[in-house]
Ligand binder design. Structure first.
Ligand code: C2E
Ligand code: CA
Ligand code: CA
Ligand code: CA
Length: 278
């Protein structure tokens, strides 16, 4: 006879088993998946709030497993950061983006810069600047076409190494974007110490705008960023109300489901082409 607790334990066990199974699945399949081209780069457009035109894109990785379907980064990135595989995957994503930009240039298309995610693990790799520079050279690109999104939470009180690494990238000409801004503990110190071009407001700012205090903080950050000559990108923009609020605050760029979801690169290219016609 099984009581209620027996049942719930069983469910719990099932979940635990599922989780370890998944980690096992991920670890034993990641290398082959990368080699077989199962990691796909999707692009999500970023829109100017003034013109409503696409001004850039963020590259977001997905894992297309033939049996399991689409696996999202939330399920594997942190594991890859722990086991070191993130560097291989990120280099693949960056290479894919650079190759694509080269193709746009060769085809004579109107292009927009593409931003890639740089994991906190990558940032502490002493070869990061050489890796990125060699990609730029491989495809003969100007570094300004590549935005580097670095998460704010990589910055801690003891960040001399991180500060040095970011300055090196900045000097090479890459656009430095601070991702998830407002989630860390030293956002303002960071603004003083790092050569940042773009502030990406964390998605939580958009989700908390019904609180008056949150609106005040958002308005303050946008003013501060303007004063510092930074471009502001609001992530997670889902509704017309949010778009109007951002416009009233004079925010520059928005990214989110209201405008477009992340999509296959081909679909993104169609969108760009359509835009070029108008
Ligand atoms: P992120 O860099 O903050 O990326 C934004 C996430 O928000 C993406 O989730 C995107 O699909 C999602 N998003 C975009 N618009 C909206 C919206 O309007 N509403 C909501 N609720 N969500 C929206 P995704 O693609 O699942 O990626 C999750 C995280 O995984 C990323 O957060 C990033 O930290 C990481 N990631 C994704 N691709 C890569 C990659 O190639 N390399 C590395 N190192 N990390 C990656
Ligand atoms: Ca990002
Ligand atoms: Ca973010
Ligand atoms: Ca600037």
């Amino acid at each position: 006879i099984k009581g209620i607790y027996g049942v719930s334990y069983k469910i719990y066990d099932e979940k635990m088993r599922q989780k370890t199974l998944d980690e096992q699945f991920i670890i034993s399949n990641m290398k082959r998946a990368l080699k077989n081209g199962q990691f796909k780069v999707h692009f999500q457009p970023k829109y100017s709030l003034k013109t409503e035109r696409i001004v850039s894109a963020e590259a977001l990785v997905r894992w297309e497993d033939p049996d399991r379907g689409l696996i999202f980064p939330g399920d594997f990135i942190s594991l890859f950061e722990r086991n070191g595989f993130i560097t291989d995957l990120d280099i693949y994503v960056w290479d894919t983006c650079c190759k694509r930009i080269r193709q746009w240039l060769d085809d004579g298309n109107k292009i927009v810069p593409v931003s890639v995610n740089v994991s906190r693990t990558d940032i502490y790799d002493p070869n990061l600047d050489k890796i990125l520079l060699s990609l730029i050279r491989k495809y003969d690109l100007s570094p300004e076409y590549l935005g580097l999104e670095i998460t704010e939470s990589a910055y801690t009180h003891d960040s001399d190494q991180l500060i040095g690494a970011i300055w090196k990238l900045k000097r090479l000409g890459f656009t430095i974007e601070m991702d998830d801004f407002g989630t860390g503990y030293s956002s303002l110190n960071m603004l003083a110490e790092l050569p940042i071009d773009v502030l990406k407001l964390d998605i939580r700012f958009m989700q908390s705008q019904h609180h008056k205090n949150s609106r005040n903080i958002l308005s303050f950050i946008v003013s501060l960023a303007k004063l510092m000559d930074l471009t502001i990108v609001a992530e997670g923009t889902e509704t017309i109300e949010q778009v109007e609020l951002l416009r009233n605050l004079n925010c520059d760029v928005a990214q989110g489901f209201y405008f477009a979801r992340p999509m296959e690169i081909k679909a993104f290219e169609d969108l760009l082409r359509k835009q070029a016609e108008t």
